[in-house]
Design a protein around this ligand. Sequence first.
Ligand code: ZN
Length: 258
Amino acid sequence: MIRNLTLWIFGGLLLAACAVAPTSQRGLAQQGANPELVLEKIAEDVWIHKSYETIEPWGPILSQGLVVKDGAELLVIDTAWNDEDTERLLDLIDEQIFNGPGTLVPTHAHADKMGGMNTVNKRNWATLAFELTNEAAAKHGLTPARSSVPYFEHERGKPNSWNVGRIQFFYPGPGHTRDNIVAYDPKTKILFGGCLIRPGEANTLGNTTDADLAAWADTVRRVAAEFPDAEIIIPSHGPAGGRDLLAHTIALAEVTND
Ligand SMILES: [Zn+2]
């Protein structure tokens, strides 16, 4: 009873976050200071951005997004956890990669993916979200992107897909949330899976507060089928890996849904 109550309280605290208790990050919970936001180059013109938010009792939780320089355009996938860190992220991008406004696309409506949307809007970047994400943002007290990509699954009879420059965005169906999307760069064969895809070290699905557990495994199968050439898979909350992360997530989803 007490245990259930405790889990319920933790669940409530994690409403706005993607991650639950990644054991490898507990060691970072020291003196309440989060590690600094960093940009990490992983391929020609592609960087991972890493930011941290302290969520007790687990300490700093890593969240990752992507930065892609596509000719004269710059695309950022996901904000940092909050406005302050997103200011820092955009400053770093200005200094190191691209001076000027770009386009930002969040991969679902939780704080780790769009908690800094207000900052991005204020800096006059183009901000673009899947319609389901902008709708969910209001529900979670998050600032929506300025533009929406319409949800038209019923008209076309298949999930949504659209491009920003060379990057293909794809809505595979519900999983971590109802609105989660993934992004693929055909040039580098990098697939950004966001919170839908779990890191290899994870032995749970993370925060399932808004998840569709019954649909999750099939949703990841749709990702695998849509991007047969993807070689590097990047999750929100842990190290990049190969296609084994897709199989790993499907296995976790099937066990959790049993
Ligand atoms: Zn999330």
